[in-house]
Each structure stands twice: as structure tokens, then as C-alpha cells.
Design a protein around this ligand. Structure first.
Ligand code: FPP
Length: 235
């Protein structure tokens, strides 16, 4: 079958790790570990397809409510993944970016994020935006605070504020909006994921748990995206 051209920017809510583990009688952290492998698989596949941006929801501002064990398990996985990514950077040529408030992460994890971001800044294969301690409303509030500071400092004038200009104050500054958002696991909500950036995105909800998500599932989501008729409010 001929491959359909992929959207430039795909965003994914990596959901269903806990249920995947429960079904197998495993601890939730085993589900996150399998979710990490699914991420690796899908990021590589996006690279071969020529997707320019892949944004993934790895940890939300609300996820701190989970047990201390689960939170530390996810943080350890992320640190391990970033260490491996730093090691393999020359081979993979993936550019890393982070959306979210990194100030609440441990100094070690924050340093890994900043190192990965800095060391990969010249790469152009695919840009992976990790949403870490990310919440869409929190992102907008942080953007408003930073804009207000610029107004106070005389660097910005509210009379000239536009949507485009305000976009530059968000974590996603410079990144085009995602055309396609995928949520596996059967849940039908957006959970504070990129509310500003997804107003015209196509949403594809799928009944597969994230650790089982395969390149064929991504192909199916892209095919569904191509069946939609995007009008952006026009006729
Ligand atoms: C949602 O599933 C998943 C998370 C809150 C964590 C996502 C983290 C990963 C995929 C691992 C990160 C590592 C890398 C390398 C990207 P859930 O726990 O809410 O699942 P449930 O709804 O079935 O309980």
C-alpha cells in the first residue's frame, strides 16, 4: 500500500500504561517502562516517515498526585532514557525540546534535559518535544506572566498584541501547531494537553493501550487524518 504523506507535526498523549500493566498483573512502573519502549519505537518510525515534530505528553502538572513510588519510577525512566539519548545523539540526530515547568524537577533531571536540548540543537531529523511537568493552562499562565513582565519593562505594548505574538511566549514558540493529536487507550478527553496549539488539530482517539502502540497504529491514525476535511472555519 502506498504510504500517505504524514502531517508535519504529530502530538501524542501516551495513555494506558497503568492498565496495560494491570492486565498482566505487573506493577504500574512496568507499564511505564513498556510505554518508554513504545515511545522509542514510534519516535524512530516518525523519523523514517519524515515527520518534523513529535510532541509527547510524558508527565503532566497533575501527575504529581500519583504515589511517590510511581512518580519516582517515571522520573528514573526519563533520566535513563535521556542518558541513553545523550549517548546515542550522534547516531540518531533527534532534536530534543522540553515543554513544561522544569523548575519542579530534580536538579539532576533538569540538567539532563538542558544538556539534551543544548547538545541536539543543531540536529534536524525530527524534533521531539517532551511535555514534562506540563499543563496547558500552566503554560498559558507562565506565558502571560512573561508577557506582563515585558510590558512592565517597556518591551511590549498590549495594544499591539496578536495571537501570533503571544504564541512566542509559550513553550512551543517557533513550533507549528500540530495537525494531528492522537490519544490511545480509549479515553475521550484532552487532559490539559496543548489547549492553545490544538484549536484546529484533528483528534484521533484509539482503542489501543500506549505500550502496545505500533507503527501500523500510527499509519492508521495518519490515514484517518487524511480522511478528515480540514476547513479551518471556512467553507
Ligand atoms: C499515562 O498512562 C502515562 C503517564 C502518566 C506517563 C507516561 C510516561 C511514559 C510513557 C514513560 C516515559 C518515558 C519515556 C522514555 C518517554 P497511565 O499511567 O495514566 O495509564 P492508565 O490510564 O492506564 O492508568
Amino acid at each position: 500500500m502506498e504510504k500517505l504523506s504524514p502531517p508535519r507535526h504529530i502530538a501524542i498523549i501516551m495513555d494506558g500504561n497503568g492498565r496495560w500493566a494491570k492486565k498482566r498483573g505487573l506493577p504500574r512502573t512496568a507499564g511505564h517502562s513498556a510505554g518508554g519502549e513504545a515511545f522509542r519505537r514510534i519516535a524512530n518510525y516518525c523519523r523514517t516517515l519524515g515527520v518534523e515534530y513529535l510532541t509527547v505528553y510524558a508527565f503532566s502538572t497533575e501527575n504529581w498526585k500519583r504515589s511517590a513510588d510511581e512518580v519516582s519510577g517515571i522520573m528514573k525512566l526519563l533520566a535513563k532514557y535521556l542518558q541513553e539519548a545523550l549517548r546515542d545523539m550522534e547516531k540518531n540526530h533527534v532534536r530534543f525540546c522540553f515543554f513544561g515547568d522544569l523548575s519542579r524537577l530534580s536538579p539532576e533531571l533538569r540538567k539532563l534535559c538542558l544538556d539534551a536540548q543544548q547538545r541536539s540543537s543543531e540536529y534536524h531529523e525530527v524534533q521531539v518535544n517532551f511535555c514534562l511537568n506540563y499543563g496547558g493552562r500552566d503554560e498559558i499562565i507562565r506565558g502571560i506572566k512573561s508577557y506582563a513582565q515585558d510590558v512592565k519593562d517597556g518591551k511590549a505594548d498590549p495594544d499591539t498584541l496578536t495571537e501570533e505574538l503571544f504564541s512566542g511566549y509559550l513553550d512551543s514558540a517557533g513550533v507549528p501547531d500540530p495537525e494531528l493529536v492522537i490519544r490511545p487507550s480509549g479515553e475521550l478527553r484532552t487532559s490539559n494537553f496543548l489547549p492553545w496549539q490544538t484549536v484546529y488539530s484533528e483528534f484521533v482517539f484509539m482503542n489501543v493501550l500506549w505500550p502496545d502502540f505500533s507503527p501500523e497504529d500510527l499509519d492508521a491514525a495518519i490515514a484517518e487524518y487524511h480522511r478528515r476535511n480540514r476547513r479551518f472555519g471556512g467553507v
